[in-house]
Design a protein around this ligand. Structure first.
Ligand code: GYE
Length: 287
Protein backbone atom coordinates (compact mmCIF):
# COMPACT_ATOMS: atom_id res chain seq x y z
CA UNK A 1 0.00 0.00 0.00
CA UNK A 2 1.19 3.50 -0.80
CA UNK A 3 0.24 5.16 2.49
CA UNK A 4 -2.47 6.07 4.99
CA UNK A 5 -3.08 9.69 3.95
CA UNK A 6 -6.88 9.50 3.89
CA UNK A 7 -9.83 7.56 5.29
CA UNK A 8 -10.40 6.56 1.69
CA UNK A 9 -7.00 4.89 1.60
CA UNK A 10 -7.50 3.15 4.95
CA UNK A 11 -10.77 1.68 3.65
CA UNK A 12 -9.02 0.62 0.42
CA UNK A 13 -6.47 -1.37 2.44
CA UNK A 14 -9.10 -2.93 4.72
CA UNK A 15 -11.29 -3.89 1.81
CA UNK A 16 -8.48 -5.87 0.16
CA UNK A 17 -7.30 -7.55 3.37
CA UNK A 18 -10.90 -8.50 4.33
CA UNK A 19 -11.58 -10.17 1.00
CA UNK A 20 -8.24 -12.02 0.98
CA UNK A 21 -8.99 -13.32 4.47
CA UNK A 22 -12.40 -14.58 3.31
CA UNK A 23 -10.57 -16.68 0.75
CA UNK A 24 -8.17 -17.96 3.40
CA UNK A 25 -5.12 -16.37 1.78
CA UNK A 26 -2.23 -15.35 4.00
CA UNK A 27 -1.66 -11.58 3.61
CA UNK A 28 1.61 -9.76 4.20
CA UNK A 29 1.00 -6.01 4.41
CA UNK A 30 3.48 -3.20 3.90
CA UNK A 31 2.80 0.56 4.10
CA UNK A 32 5.02 2.65 1.81
CA UNK A 33 4.34 5.91 3.70
CA UNK A 34 3.98 7.79 0.39
CA UNK A 35 7.58 7.03 -0.53
CA UNK A 36 8.35 5.27 -3.81
CA UNK A 37 11.80 3.98 -2.75
CA UNK A 38 10.20 2.43 0.26
CA UNK A 39 7.52 0.79 -1.88
CA UNK A 40 10.21 -0.66 -4.15
CA UNK A 41 11.99 -2.02 -1.08
CA UNK A 42 8.73 -3.58 0.10
CA UNK A 43 8.25 -5.27 -3.27
CA UNK A 44 11.79 -6.64 -3.09
CA UNK A 45 11.05 -8.02 0.35
CA UNK A 46 7.98 -9.81 -1.02
CA UNK A 47 10.00 -11.20 -3.91
CA UNK A 48 12.61 -12.49 -1.45
CA UNK A 49 9.81 -14.12 0.58
CA UNK A 50 8.68 -15.89 -2.64
CA UNK A 51 5.07 -14.78 -2.24
CA UNK A 52 2.55 -16.20 -4.75
CA UNK A 53 1.18 -12.84 -5.85
CA UNK A 54 1.78 -9.12 -5.27
CA UNK A 55 -1.12 -6.65 -5.11
CA UNK A 56 0.31 -3.18 -5.23
CA UNK A 57 -0.89 0.44 -5.07
CA UNK A 58 1.64 2.66 -6.83
CA UNK A 59 2.24 6.04 -5.25
CA UNK A 60 3.23 7.56 -8.65
CA UNK A 61 2.95 6.53 -12.29
CA UNK A 62 6.57 5.99 -13.39
CA UNK A 63 9.67 4.24 -12.13
CA UNK A 64 8.46 0.68 -11.53
CA UNK A 65 10.03 -1.13 -14.50
CA UNK A 66 13.08 -2.57 -12.75
CA UNK A 67 11.28 -4.03 -9.75
CA UNK A 68 8.42 -5.36 -11.89
CA UNK A 69 10.97 -7.12 -14.06
CA UNK A 70 12.44 -8.70 -10.93
CA UNK A 71 8.97 -9.94 -9.94
CA UNK A 72 8.41 -11.29 -13.44
CA UNK A 73 11.75 -13.10 -13.43
CA UNK A 74 10.81 -14.61 -10.08
CA UNK A 75 7.50 -15.82 -11.59
CA UNK A 76 5.36 -13.67 -9.29
CA UNK A 77 2.28 -12.10 -10.92
CA UNK A 78 1.53 -8.49 -9.94
CA UNK A 79 -1.89 -6.82 -9.79
CA UNK A 80 -1.83 -3.01 -9.81
CA UNK A 81 -4.68 -1.44 -7.82
CA UNK A 82 -5.99 2.14 -7.58
CA UNK A 83 -3.61 4.45 -9.54
CA UNK A 84 -2.24 3.43 -12.94
CA UNK A 85 1.39 2.89 -13.85
CA UNK A 86 3.34 3.46 -17.06
CA UNK A 87 6.02 0.96 -18.08
CA UNK A 88 8.31 0.83 -21.10
CA UNK A 89 7.73 -2.87 -21.63
CA UNK A 90 4.29 -4.45 -21.86
CA UNK A 91 3.16 -7.40 -19.74
CA UNK A 92 5.04 -6.39 -16.62
CA UNK A 93 1.86 -6.87 -14.62
CA UNK A 94 -1.27 -8.98 -14.83
CA UNK A 95 -3.92 -6.26 -14.73
CA UNK A 96 -4.95 -2.91 -13.28
CA UNK A 97 -8.02 -2.72 -11.02
CA UNK A 98 -9.28 0.72 -10.04
CA UNK A 99 -11.66 3.63 -10.49
CA UNK A 100 -11.95 5.61 -13.72
CA UNK A 101 -10.38 8.88 -12.60
CA UNK A 102 -11.22 10.50 -15.90
CA UNK A 103 -14.90 9.69 -15.43
CA UNK A 104 -14.68 11.20 -11.95
CA UNK A 105 -13.27 14.41 -13.43
CA UNK A 106 -16.03 14.42 -16.06
CA UNK A 107 -18.68 14.06 -13.36
CA UNK A 108 -17.21 16.92 -11.34
CA UNK A 109 -17.22 19.09 -14.48
CA UNK A 110 -20.80 18.16 -15.31
CA UNK A 111 -22.02 19.32 -11.92
CA UNK A 112 -20.43 22.73 -12.58
CA UNK A 113 -21.69 23.15 -16.14
CA UNK A 114 -25.22 22.15 -15.05
CA UNK A 115 -25.10 24.37 -12.00
CA UNK A 116 -24.25 27.50 -14.01
CA UNK A 117 -26.24 26.60 -17.12
CA UNK A 118 -29.00 29.16 -16.58
CA UNK A 119 -26.95 31.69 -14.66
CA UNK A 120 -26.45 35.16 -16.11
CA UNK A 121 -22.86 35.24 -14.81
CA UNK A 122 -20.47 35.99 -17.68
CA UNK A 123 -17.37 34.57 -16.07
CA UNK A 124 -17.05 31.62 -13.69
CA UNK A 125 -13.70 31.18 -11.99
CA UNK A 126 -12.48 27.91 -10.59
CA UNK A 127 -9.72 27.17 -8.13
CA UNK A 128 -8.49 23.61 -8.52
CA UNK A 129 -6.73 21.83 -5.65
CA UNK A 130 -4.86 18.98 -7.27
CA UNK A 131 -3.84 15.64 -5.79
CA UNK A 132 -0.23 14.45 -5.72
CA UNK A 133 1.82 15.32 -8.83
CA UNK A 134 2.81 12.52 -11.23
CA UNK A 135 -0.17 10.37 -10.24
CA UNK A 136 -2.71 9.10 -12.75
CA UNK A 137 -5.53 9.98 -10.35
CA UNK A 138 -4.60 13.68 -10.27
CA UNK A 139 -3.79 13.85 -13.99
CA UNK A 140 -7.01 12.17 -15.12
CA UNK A 141 -9.14 14.10 -12.63
CA UNK A 142 -7.84 17.32 -14.18
CA UNK A 143 -8.16 16.05 -17.73
CA UNK A 144 -11.73 14.78 -17.34
CA UNK A 145 -12.81 17.98 -15.62
CA UNK A 146 -11.22 20.31 -18.17
CA UNK A 147 -12.75 18.35 -21.02
CA UNK A 148 -16.26 19.09 -19.73
CA UNK A 149 -15.90 22.67 -18.47
CA UNK A 150 -14.19 23.78 -21.68
CA UNK A 151 -17.54 23.41 -23.44
CA UNK A 152 -18.76 26.51 -21.60
CA UNK A 153 -16.53 29.43 -22.56
CA UNK A 154 -17.48 31.38 -19.43
CA UNK A 155 -15.87 28.78 -17.17
CA UNK A 156 -12.12 28.78 -16.52
CA UNK A 157 -9.62 27.42 -14.01
CA UNK A 158 -7.87 30.52 -12.66
CA UNK A 159 -5.54 28.72 -10.27
CA UNK A 160 -4.37 25.14 -10.05
CA UNK A 161 -2.64 24.39 -6.75
CA UNK A 162 -1.05 21.23 -5.39
CA UNK A 163 -2.30 19.78 -2.11
CA UNK A 164 -0.81 16.29 -2.57
CA UNK A 165 -4.07 14.67 -1.31
CA UNK A 166 -3.07 15.75 2.20
CA UNK A 167 -5.34 17.76 4.48
CA UNK A 168 -2.69 19.90 6.20
CA UNK A 169 -0.86 20.61 2.92
CA UNK A 170 -4.02 21.79 1.13
CA UNK A 171 -4.96 23.88 4.13
CA UNK A 172 -1.64 25.76 4.03
CA UNK A 173 -1.59 26.12 0.25
CA UNK A 174 -5.17 27.45 0.16
CA UNK A 175 -4.57 29.86 3.04
CA UNK A 176 -1.44 31.25 1.36
CA UNK A 177 -3.32 31.63 -1.89
CA UNK A 178 -6.19 33.65 -0.46
CA UNK A 179 -3.82 35.75 1.65
CA UNK A 180 -2.08 36.83 -1.54
CA UNK A 181 -4.99 36.95 -3.96
CA UNK A 182 -8.15 37.24 -1.90
CA UNK A 183 -11.05 34.87 -2.52
CA UNK A 184 -13.73 37.17 -3.87
CA UNK A 185 -12.96 36.17 -7.47
CA UNK A 186 -13.30 32.45 -6.83
CA UNK A 187 -16.70 30.99 -7.69
CA UNK A 188 -15.85 27.31 -7.43
CA UNK A 189 -13.46 25.05 -5.58
CA UNK A 190 -12.70 21.78 -7.36
CA UNK A 191 -10.77 19.57 -4.95
CA UNK A 192 -9.28 16.22 -5.96
CA UNK A 193 -10.03 14.59 -2.59
CA UNK A 194 -12.08 14.97 0.58
CA UNK A 195 -9.12 15.21 2.94
CA UNK A 196 -7.88 18.35 1.16
CA UNK A 197 -11.42 19.74 1.11
CA UNK A 198 -11.67 19.26 4.88
CA UNK A 199 -8.51 21.33 5.34
CA UNK A 200 -9.83 24.06 3.04
CA UNK A 201 -13.18 24.12 4.86
CA UNK A 202 -11.30 24.98 8.05
CA UNK A 203 -9.62 27.95 6.32
CA UNK A 204 -12.94 29.08 4.85
CA UNK A 205 -14.49 29.07 8.31
CA UNK A 206 -11.58 31.09 9.76
CA UNK A 207 -11.85 33.56 6.86
CA UNK A 208 -15.60 34.10 7.01
CA UNK A 209 -16.27 32.41 3.67
CA UNK A 210 -19.67 30.69 3.58
CA UNK A 211 -18.71 27.34 2.10
CA UNK A 212 -21.23 25.98 -0.40
CA UNK A 213 -22.65 29.47 -1.03
CA UNK A 214 -19.90 32.06 -1.46
CA UNK A 215 -17.87 29.32 -3.10
CA UNK A 216 -19.44 26.26 -4.74
CA UNK A 217 -17.51 23.15 -3.71
CA UNK A 218 -17.01 19.93 -5.67
CA UNK A 219 -14.93 17.23 -3.99
CA UNK A 220 -13.95 13.63 -4.75
CA UNK A 221 -14.03 10.42 -2.62
CA UNK A 222 -17.26 10.36 -0.60
CA UNK A 223 -15.96 9.92 2.94
CA UNK A 224 -18.68 9.81 5.63
CA UNK A 225 -17.64 13.20 6.99
CA UNK A 226 -18.01 14.78 3.56
CA UNK A 227 -21.51 13.39 3.10
CA UNK A 228 -22.41 15.12 6.37
CA UNK A 229 -21.00 18.36 4.96
CA UNK A 230 -23.05 17.84 1.81
CA UNK A 231 -26.21 17.35 3.87
CA UNK A 232 -25.34 20.51 5.84
CA UNK A 233 -24.99 22.51 2.59
CA UNK A 234 -21.27 23.18 3.09
CA UNK A 235 -20.27 21.31 -0.05
CA UNK A 236 -22.36 21.01 -3.19
CA UNK A 237 -21.21 17.90 -4.98
CA UNK A 238 -19.36 14.77 -3.85
CA UNK A 239 -18.06 12.59 -6.68
CA UNK A 240 -17.67 9.10 -5.29
CA UNK A 241 -14.35 7.31 -5.59
CA UNK A 242 -14.91 3.65 -4.76
CA UNK A 243 -12.27 2.31 -2.33
CA UNK A 244 -13.73 -1.20 -2.17
CA UNK A 245 -11.28 -2.90 -4.50
CA UNK A 246 -11.13 -6.10 -2.42
CA UNK A 247 -13.94 -8.01 -4.07
CA UNK A 248 -12.53 -7.30 -7.55
CA UNK A 249 -9.03 -8.31 -6.52
CA UNK A 250 -10.33 -11.54 -4.98
CA UNK A 251 -12.31 -12.48 -8.08
CA UNK A 252 -9.43 -11.67 -10.37
CA UNK A 253 -7.07 -13.87 -8.35
CA UNK A 254 -9.57 -16.75 -8.36
CA UNK A 255 -10.08 -16.48 -12.09
CA UNK A 256 -6.35 -16.27 -12.67
CA UNK A 257 -5.71 -19.38 -10.59
CA UNK A 258 -8.33 -21.26 -12.63
CA UNK A 259 -6.50 -20.28 -15.81
CA UNK A 260 -9.20 -17.87 -17.08
CA UNK A 261 -8.09 -14.91 -19.20
CA UNK A 262 -7.84 -11.60 -17.31
CA UNK A 263 -8.60 -8.24 -19.00
CA UNK A 264 -5.89 -5.57 -18.88
CA UNK A 265 -8.13 -3.01 -17.20
CA UNK A 266 -10.87 -3.59 -14.62
CA UNK A 267 -12.87 -0.46 -13.75
CA UNK A 268 -15.01 -0.28 -10.63
CA UNK A 269 -18.53 1.26 -10.47
CA UNK A 270 -18.98 4.72 -8.94
CA UNK A 271 -21.65 7.37 -8.54
CA UNK A 272 -22.20 11.05 -7.64
CA UNK A 273 -23.96 12.67 -4.69
CA UNK A 274 -25.02 16.30 -4.92
CA UNK A 275 -27.37 18.93 -3.55
CA UNK A 276 -29.43 18.43 -6.69
CA UNK A 277 -30.14 14.82 -5.72
CA UNK A 278 -31.79 12.92 -2.89
CA UNK A 279 -29.54 13.36 0.13
CA UNK A 280 -31.56 10.93 2.24
CA UNK A 281 -30.98 7.94 0.00
CA UNK A 282 -27.17 7.99 0.17
CA UNK A 283 -26.05 4.57 1.42
CA UNK A 284 -24.06 4.55 4.69
CA UNK A 285 -20.35 5.08 4.08
CA UNK A 286 -17.69 2.71 5.38
CA UNK A 287 -14.97 5.31 5.21
O1 GYE B 1 -8.95 9.86 -4.00
C1 GYE B 1 -7.39 9.93 -2.25
C2 GYE B 1 -6.20 9.13 -1.97
O2 GYE B 1 -5.54 7.51 -5.66
C3 GYE B 1 -7.87 7.43 -5.86
O3 GYE B 1 -5.69 8.83 -3.24
C4 GYE B 1 -6.73 7.60 -4.96
C5 GYE B 1 -6.74 8.88 -4.16
C6 GYE B 1 -7.98 9.14 -3.35
O4 GYE B 1 -5.34 9.68 -1.10
O5 GYE B 1 -8.19 10.16 -1.15
Amino acid sequence: QSGTESNWRKRHTESIIEEMNKEGYEVLYRNGFMNQDRQIQDMRTFIAYKVDMIVFTPIVEDGWDAVLLEAKDAGIPVIVVDRHIRTAEENLYLTHIGPSFKAEGNRAGLYITNHFQNSSQTSIKILEMRGLAKTSSANFRSEGFTEVISRDSRIAIVASLEGDYIRSKAKDVFRNYIEENGWIDIDVLYSHNDEMTLGILEVMKESGIVAGQDIIIVTIDGQAEMIENLRAGKVNCVVECNPNAGWYVRNTIKRYLKGNPIPNEIYMPETVFSDKGNLESIPPREY
